[in-house]
Design a binder for this molecule. Structure first.
Ligand code: HEC
Ligand code: HEC
Length: 495
């Protein structure tokens, strides 16, 4: 009796399942396939037909292998989003590989940079960064293409012509060894921190075109001290002595975390590293020295494939209390959150297993935010409380610059308020001027204290303020005269 029942039940179930499947296969898939437009027509969305075909395909490279310096010409996808923590060779082979590759690589990097820039080391007379020791460099130093004799002549041409004749002097700058990427520290810093010298690649910009090191630090809570560090770099060894009695316990604890080294992708204790000796890693202030920047660069954490990641220079943390938008493309909305997610320590789950995740508790990152929130901009004695130039303290050239900034130059559209920033991201559509992968919207960077933080733009492609002005003169198609551009620079030096 029981046997018969089972048999009948089984048959009913079988017929039911098969029938159901025939009736509606989708019910048995992981998920239904979603709507598909049958007569889908491609659009160029304003970029030009088959734009992706105009870009070169990313080369298939192994870790450590050289990458093209003009990576902006490449586009598309890669096999995987994840980083492989296997170097594909033994540690000894890795060291030998870079020992052989690095001299030629750095000679070519130098040649490439000298083709793009005229590093004349000529300063603007009498103009110093806020620490009063380092001179601000004069520009423009981006080289003009052959056949063009001045930036004014170039600015007369249309974007289309500049693109077709390949004349744009401000194409994106890439990380010189993109397969390894990660942080590259400038020489001025490595003199004091030799543990961060890399076996595979060096910084590619002369120290004169980088911020002063160590930079002065100004606190909103202790203006009476001016530079609170008195010319010292704040480290784990001296922060307590320097700040005990000046900061709240939360700020002091936050500062400790900002100067405490942690292993990162390539600076660590494992054999997945780019330093000859193992190290404790880097701290936030290894790049944001004294809450400012030493000019170290990295690649941005916001996209894949690896080779599509934009080069990004370290921005200052000064005045972050007045910013609503952090990181060039990630649109992070608070300093606490930034400290929590800072991905150089490391965001890739494949690497985390090897170096140990940073995973700061929120209580700790909030305290880091507490300290960040009192890092002030440097003093700007020529500005009044409404951020306008005080006429009897300013030259006629500076006043003309202010007028252009607020009028003909259109700068005020995106650089306004106490930090001279609108806290939005803008798509500057720079790819109108060259054939390459569009970089999309980038956050506006503040202009308060701007003379202290060369090189400019997210990737540092503009080495001087003169170059930044030439850049905006071209992309906004302003056609400013030489006199007007010089006046704009004089004004930017007052902010
Ligand atoms: C390479 C050295 C380096 C280290 C170490 C580093 N940063 Fe940064 N920081 C950068 C770079 C590069 C950017 C720009 C990233 C971007 O544009 O996507 C940045 C951006 C920021 C910003 C946003 C600034 C702005 O104006 O948008 C904040 C805030 C910040 N870092 C805080 C930190 C904190 C906190 C730590 C430690 C947990 C840290 N950084 C460690 C290089 C570094
Ligand atoms: C449409 C908005 C917009 C206008 C108008 C504009 N800017 Fe900007 N500015 C930006 C954005 C966005 C960035 C960051 C771009 C990047 O990093 O690629 C920037 C960056 C800069 C930088 C570099 C900041 C740094 O820390 O690296 C300078 C200098 C600058 N602008 C000056 C000017 C001047 C001078 C004008 C007027 C002639 C101007 N800008 C007009 C949006 C604008």
């Amino acid at each position: 009796m029981n046997k018969k029942l089972f048999l009948v039940g089984g048959i009913i179930l079988f017929v039911g399942v098969v029938g159901f499947q025939i009736a509606d296969r989708n019910l048995f898939m992981l998920q239904s396939p979603g709507a598909i437009i049958e007569d889908y027509k491609e659009s160029d969305y304003g970029l030009g037909d088959n734009y992706i075909d105009k870009l070169l395909k990313f080369p298939d490279l192994k870790k450590g292998e050289r990458t093209p310096f003009d990576l902006y010409k490449y586009g598309g996808r890669d096999k995987s989003s994840f980083m492989d923590r296997d170097l594909g060779m033994s540690w000894d082979e890795w060291v030998a590989f870079h020992k052989a590759q690095k001299p030629k690589l750095m000679a070519d990097v130098k040649k490439y940079m000298n083709q793009r820039y005229n590093f004349s080391n000529e300063p603007i007379e009498g103009v110093y960064m806020s620490g009063n020791r380092k001179q601000v460099m004069k520009g423009p130093i981006s080289k003009l293409p052959e056949g063009i004799s001045s930036f004014e002549e170039l600015a007369e041409l249309s974007a289309k012509e500049i693109k077709e004749r390949n004349l744009f002097p401000y194409v994106p700058l890439a990380h010189p060894l993109h397969t390894n990427a990660h942080m590259v520290f400038p020489n001025q810093y490595l003199k004091y921190h030799p543990e961060h010298k890399r076996i595979d690649v060096d910084h590619d910009i002369p120290d004169n075109y980088l911020p002063e090191y160590p930079a002065p630090m100004f606190l909103t809570t202790h203006k009476e001290y001016g530079d609170i560090t008195r010319g010292k770099e704040v480290t784990l060894s001296n922060y307590f002595e320097m700040f005990n009695g000046l900061l709240t316990p939360e700020q002091l604890e936050g500062l400790k975390e900002l100067v405490k080294p942690t292993p990162s992708t390539f600076f660590n204790h494992t054999t997945h590293r780019v330093t000859l000796e193992p190290s404790a890693g880097v701290s936030c202030f290894s790049c944001h020295v004294n809450g400012h920047t030493n000019g170290a660069f990295e690649v941005a954490p916001d996209t894949r494939p690896q080779l599509a990641r934009l080069r990004v220079g370290t921005p200052s943390m000064r005045g972050n209390y007045n910013l609503m938008q952090f990181s060039s493309k990630r649109s992070i909305r608070s300093m606490d959150h930034f400290a929590e997610v800072e991905e150089y320590f490391e965001g890739d789950p494949g690497i985390q297993q090897a170096i140990g995740p940073r995973s700061q508790q929120r209580q700790v990152t909030n305290r880091m935010g507490d300290f960040n929130a009192i890092l002030d901009f440097p003093p700007a004695p020529k500005l009044d409380i409404l951020y306008k130039l005080i006429p009897n303290k300013s030259t006629s050239q500076e006043l003309l610059g202010e007028k252009i900034f607020n009028g003909k130059g259109k700068c005020i559209n995106c650089h306004s308020g106490p930090a001279f920033v609108d806290d939005y991201m803008h798509d500057l559509k720079v790819e109108k001027f060259y054939v390459g992968r569009p970089e999309g919207p980038i956050k506006t960077f503040p202009l308060r204290g701007i003379k202290d933080s060369p090189p400019y733009l997210h990737d540092g492609r503009c080495m001087t303020l003169h170059d930044s002005v030439e850049f905006f003169n071209l992309i906004l198609e302003l056609k400013l005269s030489k006199e007007e551009k010089d006046a704009l620079v004089s004004y930017l030096l007052c902010l």
